[in-house]
Design a protein around this ligand. Sequence first.
Ligand code: ATP
Length: 244
Amino acid sequence: MIEFHDVEKYYGDFHALHNINLTIEAGETVVLIGPSGSGKSTLIRTVNGLERINQGQLIVDGFDLADKKTDMNKIRKNVGMVFQHFNLYQNKTVLENIMLAPRIVLKKDEAKNKELAMQLLDKVGLADKAQSYPAQVSGGQAQRIAIARSLAMEPKCILFDEPTSALDPEMIDDVLNVMKDIARDSSMTMLVVTHEMGFAREVGDRVIFMADGHILEDDTKEKFFDGQPSNERAKQFLSKIIKH
Ligand SMILES: Nc1ncnc2c1ncn2[C@@H]1O[C@H](COP(=O)(O)OP(=O)(O)OP(=O)(O)O)[C@@H](O)[C@H]1O
């Protein structure tokens, strides 16, 4: 479970997150949307400690992230992240990319590590790429490998920061389908920043709309898409993105 209580985040003088209060239950899939610069990335990056909060309380899986004594390595083991750019190690095979963190961080047994890595590659439809190098796969394939790499740590929660926005259009669906599979696994908590409203409609539990560092709307997807958001800016944003 993730709990934000009165969270504030500043970058120097710039107030990036205002009074964030939010509870995300284990297993939920929450989609964050909003205009550019509204604080979506900042918010999800606080969950694994990539950005520290300045005020308030943020509890992730029982750990208080505002407490300087909290061991951030424990958080990062439980909270995976997939970025817009996949950042695979170019000089390692696809299989090695997936096995690296569990080997180093979890000290996982080699045979078990390899078994899970191959299962995950199969899950993302790329078992035949195990011995390839990142330069030999497409962007969409690289992103699916990055997702498998994140899952190999067996996290309880996974954060996605615009995972499809750097991809060619024909590759987006393959990545979204992998993400939908993960979302349907009720044990995984997912926070997803995306403009893919089809994803939100199909597998999201909740939709959060942010603007200027504020959460202006936090609805079930049914209320957000079918019942209309109550916030005027959220309404305008929605009509714009649905049109495109
Ligand atoms: N490291 C940083 N230092 C200073 N300002 C930052 C930093 N990171 C983000 N910001 C600012 O904080 C605000 C929120 O940025 P953030 O990336 O969280 O927004 P976003 O909603 O994810 O935007 P986008 O959709 O464009 O990625 C923006 O005004 C951005 O310029």
